[in-house]
Design a binder for this molecule. Structure first.
Ligand SMILES: Nc1ncnc2c1ncn2[C@@H]1O[C@H](COP(=O)(O)OP(=O)(O)OP(=O)(O)O)[C@@H](O)[C@H]1O
Ligand SMILES: [Mg+2]
Length: 425
């Protein structure tokens, strides 16, 4: 298959008989990406900070290292000589990815998914919000950035309460708090929470924060947006339920009014094209799946929240809903396949699909039983991630089902999760 656009000096990986994929982060999303690459004949190395990570069971090789350690990451890349690097997590020494992408680590330029620039921008709320709101003019919540407590007080006064404070480097709701009044103690607490729970060692002694107006959200959708040799295309919207920054359910298609859908697609496409434009400036293609998170407000307006430059956890529903899951799309985009809108289609019309993670609590090694019962629920499918240990709260599996309606699909995933039992010993 020919590349339709993009930098041809990067080559066409499908004609390269030696596709070598290095996964940086080997959790449940990485495991599915590894399977999709393996199906197409690629060699896969799964790296993570701990042994027996989910993707390590389906990869050719696995490595354990601190991926935020530049030296260790550089050595891993030099040693495994990948043609494609697929980051699954944010806590990675991003300057090493940039060096890999420009050919400074091995004797060739390595494709970084989606691009080393996109990884750097999307992990930093300040850079991402500036790109989205200022450079691309996308609608977002009102916001200010702050680098110390004095600046934060001023930011809260300008944005107004209620507002949300987030460390610029964090994910899964870590370090976030809602300020409901401009009280001094509340502001101090929010600053402390952001400092204590930000991603470790990202930027020295303090973390900058973003102060965002609290949005009157009616519902949230994710638009999986695919950038490939055929250009940028959006999947059908995914509805979701979030709890404390973690997704608890998703379903597809999310039924949204036509004007909301058009605006959501415009925002998602503009955002991904903006990231692709930045990548092209440094000679990268920026191919892959992006999870564009959008807020739909009570007045029907749509705001850009953030974007993951990789498959999104709410997109696990696509393992049952789409002909090509978000993981298959990610792998194919990176392999140079032109993904036109027909490649992003749902399996059939008049059906809804749902996903629901099994979240377990405890300390020790988890064992899941009840799988036969779970799979007896009509249309049920289950992915058991194979995580070796839990320390507190951890997502261990995901239930998948279809239904004639959203309610039916969601109640089936509830039945599947209820059938699964977790014992932690
Ligand atoms: N400004 C806001 N107003 C209202 N709710 C918000 C706001 N910002 C975030 N939220 C809620 O918190 C959730 C998590 O926020 P956000 O996506 O910014 O953080 P995150 O740490 O990157 O989370 P994740 O990694 O799970 O996507 C959102 O999905 C939304 O439900
Ligand atoms: Mg989010």
């Amino acid at each position: 298959m020919a590349l339709l656009h993009g930098d041809s000096s990067l080559g066409n990986p499908l004609q390269d008989h030696n596709v070598r994929v290095l996964l940086l982060g080997s959790g449940e999303l990485g495991k599915e990406v590894a399977i999709e690459f393996a199906r197409l004949g690629a060699w896969v190395c799964a790296a993570d900070a701990y042994d027996h990570a989910p993707a390590s069971y389906v990869a050719n090789e696995s490595r354990v290292l601190d991926m935020a350690d530049s030296e260790a990451l550089t050595a891993l890349i030099a040693n495994t000589r990948p043609t494609i690097i697929v980051p699954e997590i944010e806590a990675i020494a991003t300057e090493v990815l940039a060096a890999a992408a420009t050919g400074k680590i091995t004797d060739r330029r390595i494709t970084v998914a989606a691009s080393s620039q996109a990884i750097e921008i999307c992990m930093d709320r300040e850079r991402l919000r500036t790109l989205a709101a200022v450079d691309l003019g996308l609608p977002t919540t009102r916001y200010r950035f702050a680098g110390n407590l004095t600046e934060m007080r001023a930011a809260v006064a300008e944005v107004g309460a209620p507002c949300v404070v987030k460390p610029v480097m964090s994910s899964s709701g870590h370090g976030q708090s809602v300020i409901r009044c401009g009280d001094e103690i509340v502001i101090n607490d929010a600053w402390e929470i952001a400092q204590n729970e930000r991603r470790a060692a990202d930027e020295g002694d303090i973390s900058r924060v973003i102060v965002e107006a609290f949005a009157p959200i009616d519902y949230e959708v994710t638009l999986l947006t695919v950038s490939s040799a055929a250009g940028v295309e959006c999947c059908t919207p995914i509805g979701q339920r979030q709890e404390n920054g973690d997704y608890r359910e998703s379903w597809q298609p999310a039924v949204v009014p036509n004007d909301v859908l058009q605006e959501a697609r415009r925002i998602a496409t503009t955002c991904v094209e903006g990231l692709a434009q930045k990548a092209r400036e440094t000679g990268e293609n920026c191919f892959g799946v992006f999870g564009v998170e959008l807020f739909v407000l009570t007045d029907g307006s749509v705001l850009f929240n953030e974007v993951s430059p990789r498959p999104h956890d709410t997109g696990m529903v696509t393992m049952i809903s789409q002909n090509l899951s978000e993981f298959a799309l990610h792998a194919r985009a990176l392999l140079g396949v032109p993904l036109t809108s027909d490649c992003l289609e749902l399996r059939s019309d008049h059906t809804t699909w749902a996903s629901r993670p099994l979240v377990a609590h405890g300390y020790g090694a988890p064992a899941i039983t009840g799988i036969a019962d779970a799979l007896s629920v009509p249309s049920a499918d289950v992915r058991i991630f194979g995580k070796p240990t839990i320390a507190g709260k951890r997502r261990l599996a995901v239930a998948l089902a279809s239904g004639k309606s959203e309610a039916e699909a969601r109640s089936r995933t509830q039945k599947i999760v209820n059938s699964l039992e977790t014992n932690v010993s």
